[in-house]
Design a protein around this ligand. Structure first.
Ligand code: ADP
Ligand code: MG
Length: 390
């Protein structure tokens, strides 16, 4: 395994026996590099900015710090975790509960839009760790359902996303309601300049834990492109891409595959065309209801579908272990989104392949730009793709 040092295990990190046992039961035998570095610092109470590529185990970093931090006898929220999407929030809860399984009476709840408020109200009667999306958490604090007086650990997962223009106002507001004295953790796979700048508003003297900061390329992932002829009609180009995709899928031996498009309508059409050609897929989109989205994610995780088609909704943080193929039907709009998308393949040190369909001309130029700014090498597909994933 490329990520794990065989000589160290969690027992050297001064964790409580309950958490140690929990890690073991969750199948976490040895810490990943970011866990090894960040957990002890976080346990010391330092404000941390932890950056490491996707799939390196950042959820476990803050879950352990959170679990070691709570007083089970107090049933008010003591840890508040914010995540940019509902799916990530649910996933964080699963990890917290898994590692925290030996903490008797531990109450961890997820607060996300689309769930009835009455449900949240009940959960908040007893809650140690609150995990949620900024919108719903803000609403719950505003309506005095979520009490913030006991919060002493504030966590931003996917911090770069949470501090972009869409969320910043909500985060500011939530932050202003928290006690002044608290610890704060911010985790991110990328480290854009604006992140440090914005985190300065919240953290006084943060400690940085950055892994492979100089080389954000995702180890274990190979990047390819497939060029289709340019056409003045975008749907013609997309049609060409789909034809190439169908040929590829029949030759590749992948476990599970994520396909991204920038447009909901294209994603939906693609899903239908694939089905007609014998490739059933699941489709996830922001226009779906909460349950539909969670179902789609669950299907992927439980291996009930092999292909998930998505817009950028799932490009962050979603952990699907057996995805080893990511396909971009449309290029992402920026290099960070590229890294987030392809980071879905090759989770935790396994190998994966990313394939980018581009139309000759402008799209090839954009691809070259992404290649340069991500520091990855994107080559053309080999003639024989059958061994690409073996
Ligand atoms: P990140 O947030 O950095 O993108 P995740 O926290 O989602 O990564 O973890 C990625 C995958 O690695 C998950 O499937 C998780 O269960 C697994 N994982 C994390 N830490 C360990 C560990 N110490 N040992 C084994 N598996 C781990
Ligand atoms: Mg994560």
């Amino acid at each position: 395994d490329v990520l794990i040092d065989e000589k160290v295990d969690f027992s050297g990190l001064m964790l409580s026996s309950d958490v140690l046992e929990g890690l073991k039961s969750a199948g976490f035998e040895r810490p990943s590099p970011i866990q090894l570095k960040a957990i002890p610092l976080g346990r010391c109470g330092l404000d941390l900015i932890a950056q490491a590529k996707s799939g390196t185990g950042k959820t476990c970093v803050f879950s352990v710090i959170a679990l070691e931090n709570i007083n089970l006898a107090v049933t008010l929220p003591q840890v508040l975790v914010l995540a940019p999407t509902r799916e990530i929030a649910v996933q964080i809860k699963d990890v917290m509960c898994s590692i925290g399984r030996h903490l008797k009476g531990l109450r961890t709840h997820v607060f996300i839009g689309g769930m009835p408020l009455e449900h949240d109200k009940n959960c908040l009667k007893q809650c140690h760790i609150a995990i949620g999306s900024p919108g719903r958490v803000k609403h719950l604090i505003e309506s005095k359902l979520l009490q913030t007086t006991s919060i002493r650990l504030f966590i931003l997962d996917e911090a770069d996303k949470l501090l972009d223009e869409n969320f910043q106002e909500q985060i500011n507001w939530i932050y202003s309601t928290l006690p002044t004295s608290k610890q704060m953790l911010a985790l991110s796979a990328t480290y854009p300049d604006h992140l440090a700048e914005r985190l300065k508003n919240y953290m006084k003297d943060p400690t940085f834990v950055r892994l492979n900061a100089a080389d954000p390329a995702l180890e274990g992932i190979r990047h390819y492109h497939c060029v289709v002829p340019a056409h003045s009609l975008p749907h013609k180009v997309f049609h060409e891409k789909i034809q190439s995709l169908l040929q590829l899928l029949s030759k590749l031996s992948f476990y599970q595959c994520l396909i991204f498009s920038n447009y909901q309508i294209r994603a939906k059409n693609l899903s239908e065309t694939l089905a007609k050609n014998g490739w059933p897929s699941t489709y996830i989109s922001g226009s779906q209801g909460q349950n539909e989205r969670l179902n789609a994610m669950a299907k992927l995780k439980e291996f009930k579908c092999r292909i998930l088609i998505s817009t950028d909704l799932t490009s962050r943080g979603i952990d699907a272990e057996r995805v080893n193929l990511v396909i971009n039907m449309d290029l992402p709009r920026d290099s960070e989104t590229y890294l987030h998308r392809v980071g879905r393949a090759g989770r935790f040190g396994s190998y994966g392949v990313a394939i980018n369909f581009v139309a000759d001309g402008k799209e090839v130029t954009s691809l070259n730009e992404i290649e340069a700014s991500c520091g990855v090498t994107i080559t053309s597909l080999p003639d024989d793709v059958s061994k690409l994933l073996s």
